[in-house]
Each structure stands twice: as structure tokens, then as C-alpha cells.
Design a binder for this molecule. Structure first.
Ligand SMILES: Cc1cc2nc3c(=O)[nH]c(=O)nc-3n(C[C@H](O)[C@H](O)[C@H](O)COP(=O)(O)OP(=O)(O)OC[C@H]3O[C@@H](n4cnc5c(N)ncnc54)[C@H](O)[C@@H]3O)c2cc1C
Length: 366
């Protein structure tokens, strides 16, 4: 055999396992069907601005091991995710906190904010919420629901909030402090110089072949390595024999605005009204506090997924969970192939979780 490991996919999962296996002296080949490394965390430099090509990626974790791991390749900056919501031209801070309550009602103290929410919850009279709308109103009251949740959620799901199940919103993060930090994790930031640079460093010294689809020459690839680590779609691996797994997807309309140095003053602005067709505008330079004379923005549109679209978010309903369980049973029976990452495990993982899973896997491999 030419290689100890063939790694299908150069995303975070593939790059993490490749780095560790290489440092243990194993000979690895990484292949990716895309023309670039990094999978969905890939950043492309446009006029000196790192553009998150497959959607905004903010690294956050409370796992010190994972944080130290990523920081051993690149420095992370102090970026803190503090999105702003635009509802019909009026701005509100997110996640829901004292700034939001002040902007919504003019309340000054946590006591006043709590009273207002409690009053609206009581007035709603909802005891057993039957759908997402009732669930949200019963948790936070009607003002926040109609201004910041309803239309945004309907755009995201392409369905009325009254037709969506209540369980989608189990609880709503509410803070009675003036804290706009979206995440509760201990560590947070963006790799200086972009995610592509981080992945390049992880893959240093590993042979990588791009524009190379495993299924273009499966027998050959299986014949050159002792073991295969597969990070692609699990249903495709088994030729969709039980049917296709479904996803939700997003389409991005990215625009370079030459001569505009600061378009919206924040990396993430959510549009929470029904008239604006997109859900968010991302202004990429703010992830790295960029001072360039130009800017790049991406409008995000939620879309129903069709076969051939980018598979972004797994759909965790019964049909898809059952289907995945059948594919997983086949995967467990494969001796040579190990399945890992968000597509092969059909699971929404944040970046720190994917790295954690990859570190666990290589530990088992010894
Ligand atoms: C829109 C969006 C926003 C996100 N934002 C965040 C965020 O803010 N913070 C966060 O922590 N996480 C975020 N995530 C999650 C993050 O993207 C994932 O955790 C991470 O990228 C998963 O890495 P992976 O290696 O498992 O998968 P991928 O990145 O999908 O990598 C898989 C790779 O395998 C390749 N491949 C597949 N099939 C084949 C084949 N047959 N042959 C060769 N190559 C193949 C693909 O081309 C791809 O490069 C976001 C995800 C999405 C979709």
C-alpha cells in the first residue's frame, strides 16, 4: 500500500485527523472534490478581505483542548459575535438582553424588563403551546415575538410559524444584563488571516489532491491505502440505496462594494421583517476589524434544498433520522472505512465539535 490513510475531504474533520496522523508518522493522502481546501470554513481573499465563502463562521468553544489546538496553528483575534437586528429600519441588539428591552420598551432596570415580559406572557393566556408561534409568545411575549422572531423564523423555514412545531424553540436565551455577546462560551474569535490559512498550516507536509472526487475512481483509491477516513455524504457512499437524506440550504449573494469602506458597521445584521427577502447581511471585513477602502457583503437567503444544492443543515425529523440510522448500520459494518464529520455523521456540528470528534477518533486509532 502507498498510504496508511486516505482521507476523503479537507474540511476541519479531515484536516484535524490528517495533522495528528501525519505527526504520528503515518503516510496520508487527502483528496477533495472542491478546487480548494477547508470545506465549509474556506475563506477567499477579495481585495484583501477574507470572505467566508460558505457562510459566516465564528469560532467559539469552552473546550480548552480544542482552543489550544486551533491556536497552535494561527492566532485568533478578539472578535465577539454581537449581531444586530433590523426591523423595518429600527435596530435592536441581539441576543435578547437589557439593550434590546430598552430599545423595545424604554425600560431601564432588569426589574422593569422582567415585569414587562411577565405581563405579556400572562396576557397571552397560552398554557399548552401548540406551535412555534404560541411557544415563543408564551416564553417572551408578543412584542419581541412579532418584531424579532416571527418573520425571521418564517423566512428561515419557508413556513408559517403557526405551522411549525413548538419544539423548535425549547427556550429563548434572555439576559437581564447589558451584554450583547451572542455566545456563552469561554473562548471566541476569528483566525487572523482567515480560516484557509489555518487549514493550510494543519495540512502542511500532507499530500493533498484537489478537484478529486473519491467516487470518480473509488476502486483505485481503496487500493492505495490501508484505511479510508470518509467525511463526505453518507448516503452517497452507499449509492443512495435507501433514498436521499435531506438538508436545509442557504444561498449567498456576495457583492464587492468598491470605495465603500464601511457598509453596515457590524459583521452580522439580521433582517427580521417579512418584506426584506434575505435573512441576514454579513459584512466580512468586520470579523477581522478590517480597514480596507472597500468592503464585501453577502446577503443570505434561506432556501428549500434540492438534490445538487449544497447540503448545509441536516433535517432532524423522523424520516431523515430513521434513514440515517439505516445508513449508519451499514457504515458500522465497514472494516476499512471510518466515517466522520458533519456529512458522514449527518449531524449539525459546530467547528469546535467537529475538531473534538476528530481528536476522539484519532485517539482510538492509536
Ligand atoms: C452556513 C453555515 C454557517 C456555519 N457557521 C458556523 C459558525 O459560525 N461557528 C461554528 O462553529 N460552526 C459553523 N458552521 C459549522 C461548520 O461549517 C462545520 O462544523 C464544519 O465546517 C464541518 O467540517 P467537516 O470537515 O465535517 O465538513 P465540510 O466542511 O463539509 O468538509 C467536507 C469536505 O469533504 C469534501 N468531500 C465530500 N465528498 C467528497 C468526495 N466524494 N470526494 C472528495 N471530497 C469530498 C467536501 O468537498 C468538503 O470539502 C456553519 C455551517 C454552515 C453550513
Amino acid at each position: 500500500m502507498t498510504y496508511n490513510y486516505l482521507i476523503v475531504g479537507s474540511g476541519l474533520f479531515g484536516a484535524t485527523v490528517s495533522y495528528i496522523l501525519k505527526s504520528r508518522g503515518y503516510k496520508c493522502l487527502v483528496i477533495d472534490k472542491r478546487p480548494h481546501i477547508g470545506g465549509n470554513v474556506y475563506t477567499d481573499s477579495v481585495n484583501g478581505i477574507n470572505v467566508h465563502k460558505y457562510g459566516a463562521h465564528i469560532f467559539h468553544t469552552s473546550d480548552k483542548r480544542v482552543w489550544n489546538f486551533v491556536n497552535s496553528f494561527v492566532e485568533f483575534n478578539r472578535y465577539t459575535n454581537s449581531p444586530v437586528a433590523n426591523y423595518k429600519g429600527k435596530l435592536y441588539n441581539l441576543p435578547f438582553n437589557m439593550n434590546t428591552f430598552y430599545q423595545m420598551w424604554g425600560v431601564i432596570t432588569p426589574e422593569e424588563a422582567k415585569e414587562m415580559i411577565e405581563k405579556q406572557r400572562r396576557e397571552s393566556g397560552i398554557i399548552n403551546p401548540r406551535n412555534l408561534e404560541e411557544q415563543a409568545i408564551s416564553l417572551i411575549g408578543k412584542d419581541i415575538y412579532y418584531t424579532l422572531i416571527k418573520d425571521y423564523t418564517e423566512k428561515q423555514w419557508g413556513r408559517k410559524a403557526t405551522e411549525l412545531p413548538a419544539f423548535i424553540i425549547k427556550r429563548l436565551p434572555v439576559r437581564f444584563t447589558f451584554d450583547n455577546n451572542y455566545f456563552n462560551d469561554k473562548y471566541q474569535g476569528i483566525p487572523e488571516g482567515g480560516y484557509t490559512r489555518m487549514i493550510e498550516r494543519m495540512l502542511e507536509g500532507v499530500e493533498v489532491h484537489l478537484n478529486t472526487d473519491y467516487f470518480g475512481n473509488r476502486e483505485y483509491f481503496d487500493s492505495i491505502a490501508d484505511r479510508v477516513i470518509y467525511t463526505g455524504e453518507i448516503d452517497r457512499f452507499f449509492d443512495y440505496r435507501f433514498g436521499h437524506l435531506e438538508y436545509r440550504t442557504v444561498s449567498f449573494e456576495t457583492e464587492l462594494l468598491e470605495g465603500v469602506s464601511n457598509f453596515q458597521g457590524n459583521a452580522v445584521v439580521n433582517y427580521t421583517d417579512a418584506d426584506t427577502p434575505y435573512t441576514r447581511i454579513i459584512e466580512h471585513k468586520h470579523f477581522e476589524f478590517g480597514q480596507q477602502p472597500d468592503t464585501v457583503i453577502s446577503r443570505e437567503y434561506s432556501k428549500e434544498w434540492r438534490s445538487g444544492d449544497e447540503p448545509y443543515y441536516p433535517v432532524n425529523d423522523k424520516r431523515n433520522s430513521d434513514l440515517y440510522a439505516r445508513y449508519k448500520a451499514l457504515a458500522d459494518g465497514q472494516e476499512k472505512v471510518i466515517f466522520g464529520g458533519r456529512l458522514a455523521e449527518y449531524k449539525y456540528y459546530d467547528m469546535h465539535q467537529v475538531i473534538g470528534r476528530a481528536l476522539e477518533l484519532v485517539e482510538k486509532l492509536g
